[in-house]
Design a protein around this ligand. Structure first.
Ligand code: AQP
Length: 345
């Protein structure tokens, strides 16, 4: 059971996928399919760490699967599945809950942001979210995890858990046939997309997010051309014209975000974008940005609608992916049980 390069990542079915998910993670996922064995998950168990309407969760899980495929993930080449169909994620998460320390989880900024002021009423699952995320990755002994910037801290925790597990159980790991005492690899974050942190269209200091109450804050992959253009037109800006050089974006988060989105969608550098639009008013630039966004996002939405009209086929793809995922996860979990000291039949 040697460690081979393997990619794992996932998104939550908590709402419509948006441009931040696409530019921050999805583009990297698509690129890595060509070079790596890839496992991509719809993380429905993470979704229920905050309340989800059960009927809506089913629909959202299918919608996110359709989005994966519409963006370019190939379910034959990569493994596509929903997390709750592979019980090994939850089994390993429990072991990791017993490896991770309270102090580590206390430092997680995402929990603080999502729990808000009323921490007492947050679910235990929301608090333990990072150990389930570590299990998602390590149950496949995955080595690379393409994510947006906001997931960096969780990835560091997954690395700490892997290392502590290897240390705590070193003797048993060697006895199980791993002479170097390393059972879990240290998963590497891959945070290299064209826009690793896309910000809200309404507030350039907040990340674009599915759960932002304002729909105007994000471009959903399902938005039609008119909606995309309207959201960009209404996007918050400052009163200065666009600068001609990248340095001029400093301290202007909204301008920096819009230029970054344009650059990421066209594959140009922000400097090149500003050479073209610098000195002009936002209105002209926003028009050009809307055209680019409609050209890129429009076809994804159309393909999602086409795929979503056949839920039976989506469920079949998820069942097939789950079986393939389980075939990798089950032997890893068997070894974990031997290493930890659980009797198994
Ligand atoms: N604004 C963003 N910019 C760049 N990358 C982003 N990601 C999310 N938002 C941005 C990346 O997308 C992947 C999937 O994220 P997720 O669905 O697991 O949940 P999230 O990170 O919590 O995303 P949201 O949209 O903010 O969801 P809610 O509102 O439900 O919490 C991850 O790789 C993430 O980094």
């Amino acid at each position: 059971m040697s460690i081979t390069p393997r990619v794992f990542s996932g998104m939550q079915p908590t709402g419509a996928l948006h441009l931040g998910n696409y530019l921050g993670a999805m583009l990297q996922w698509i690129a890595m399919q060509k070079t790596h064995e890839c496992i991509y998950c719809v993380v429905d168990m993470h979704a229920i760490t905050v309340w989800q309407d059960p009927k809506e969760l089913v629909d959202a899980t299918r919608r996110v699967t359709a989005a994966y495929i519409a963006c370019g993930l190939d379910p034959k080449r990569s493994i596509l599945f929903n997390q709750s169909q592979v019980a090994e994620h939850a089994e390993l998460a429990w072991v990791f809950n017993c490896v991770a320390r309270l102090g580590w989880l206390d430092r997680m900024t995402q929990f603080k942001e999502k729990a808000g002021k009323d921490k007492e009423r947050a679910s235990v699952g929301l608090y333990a979210y990072p150990s389930l995320m570590a299990a998602d990755i390590l149950v496949y002994r995955a080595t690379h995890v393409p994510v947006g910037e906001d997931q960096k801290q969780h990835l560091e925790l997954a690395r700490d858990i892997a290392q502590k597990f290897n240390n705590d159980f070193k003797e048993n790991i060697v006895a199980a046939g791993f002479a170097d005492g390393i059972f879990f690899p240290q998963p590497e974050p891959v945070i290299t997309g064209p826009a690793t942190r896309v910000m809200s269209l309404r507030d350039g200091t907040k990340k674009m997010s599915k759960s932002d109450p304002s729909d105007l804050s994000r471009i959903n992959l399902t938005d039609d051309a008119e909606t995309i253009a309207r959201k960009i037109q209404k996007a918050k800006t400052d009163t200065e014209p666009l600068p001609s050089e990248e340095a001029g974006l400093k301290g202007r988060p909204e301008a920096e975000n819009l230029v970054g989105i344009y650059a990421a969608l066209t594959g140009e550098s922000p400097g090149a974008v500003l050479r073209q639009y610098g000195g002009g008013q936002f209105s002209g630039f926003k028009k050009a940005l809307a055209e680019v966004a409609v050209t890129k996002v429009g076809p994804i939405g159309a393909e999602m609608r086409r795929l979503s009209s056949d839920p039976v086929e989506i469920d079949r793809i998820l069942a097939d992916g789950s079986a393939r995922a389980r075939a990798i996860a089950a032997p890893v979990m068997h070894k974990v049980k031997d290493i930890v000291g659980f009797i198994r039949s």
